[in-house]
Design a binder for this molecule. Sequence first.
Ligand code: RB5
Length: 144
Amino acid sequence: MNIAVGSDHAGYEMKKHVLAWLERHGHKAEDMGPYSDESVDYPDYARKVAGAVAEGRFDQGILMCGTGIGVSIAANKVNGVRAALACSPEFAALARQHNNANVLCFSARFNDTSTAEKILESWFGSEFEGGRHQRRIDKIEPCC
Ligand code: RB5
């Protein structure tokens, strides 16, 4: 798969592990920054990755920040993006199976690299189940 990857400064080191994991598992990944651990604003990178997925330039996106919360809130503002904050491998699987999430977000500060790898294995090892879940996804649209 073609994957866009981004973070903020808190996710910078974890992003390197994610990029290496993706390469080892045969995915094509683009590092959308940041390119150092200097302090940055997570919405800038979340927007970049989510926008690229929404435009169809990538199959999926992966975002990390300290908690994963900021990037998931920001990514979900982009139309067509279903960003899921995965707090465990089980969350990652369900985000694919039930929510057809197209952007995986997770915490770089509250996961070690071995848990992060399990989250990635679970995400890429799971497929959308369709059916009643598609009906529910169809009901998610901007309002108010
Ligand atoms: C940066 O310190 C931190 O606020 C950010 O990485 C993230 O956790 C925000 O949600």
